[in-house]
Design a binder for this molecule. Structure first.
Ligand code: NAP
Length: 214
């Protein structure tokens, strides 16, 4: 599949490399087609089908996109992609709305996932993966035992496709559907707890399991 990785940070590199290793054709997008981190991504994946371009190039090229940009700049990055190149496509949004101090900057009655969906009304935004570290995103087994990932988005068919890909590509067996894209308010708010847990456990490779009573 032709996949756009929108973002050149550690998450884009990690997710993009895994997808390239799985045989996908991956293009990393950024503000500049000569971005050094994107060119390093291409070099690191020279045995695979990896390329780099602008946000718009990558959006135009892909069948599926991952938003791996800084939360406070995600809307700006999506504007650089443009609405038309992502029209009708699935965008997996794994960004978190964290400011420089690690605080959530969206109001309680909104979320970054919803803001991106409003910015790209003809794109199928599916929010998921944002509640785990990137090394866990691409390999659920990095955390032993059963544990859960959250997913939300307005279109059931898009969520079903993404759930299948997450299982096949990254080994995610248990996804909890939080409903429409407003579910992003919940999964993004969880970051406050995630950061605190990271501070006290000293390792980012953990996750949660929802245990149900009768
Ligand atoms: N670290 C994790 O394990 C983890 C886990 C869950 C979720 N996340 C989320 O994943 C996302 C990516 O994190 P990261 O640490 O890999 O990368 P990051 O440093 O948060 O973001 C890097 C990307 O943001 C873009 N960007 C920065 N300022 C911009 C602007 N003014 N306009 C347009 N684009 C701009 C950069 O563009 P250029 O390429 O042009 O420089 C770059 O592609 C974040 O939203 C983070 O919260 C991270």
């Amino acid at each position: 599949m032709k996949i756009a990785i929108l973002g050149t940070g550690v998450v884009g590199h990690t997710v993009g490399s895994k997808l390239a290793q799985l045989g996908h054709e991956v293009r990393m997008g950024s503000r500049s087609s000569k971005n050094e981190k994107a060119l390093k991504f291409v070099k690191d994946n020279e045995k695979h089908r990896a390329s780099a371009g602008t946000f718009e190039d990558a959006a135009q090229f892909c069948e599926l996109a991952f938003n791996c940009t800084k939360g406070s700049s995600s809307l700006a990055a999506m504007r650089l992609c443009g609405e038309e190149p992502l029209q009708g496509k699935i965008l997996i949004d794994l960004a978190n709305p964290l400011d420089e101090k690690g605080n959530i900057f969206t109001p309680r009655d909104d979320s970054l996932g919803e803001q991106i969906q409003r910015e790209l009304p003809s794109t199928k935004v599916v929010k998921t993966l944002n509640t785990v570290n990137c090394s866990v995103m691409i390999d659920a087994a990095k955390v032993p035992g059963d544990h859960d990932l959250f997913i939300c988005g307005n279109e059931q068919a898009a969520k079903d496709k993404v759930s299948g890909w997450l299982r096949e590509w990254f080994g995610w067996k248990s996804l909890i559907d939080l409903g429409d894209i407003t579910g992003a308010r919940a999964s993004e708010s969880y970051l406050a707890l995630w950061i605190r847990l990271w501070n006290v456990t000293k390792s980012p490779n953990f996750n949660v399991k929802i245990v149900r009573g009768s």
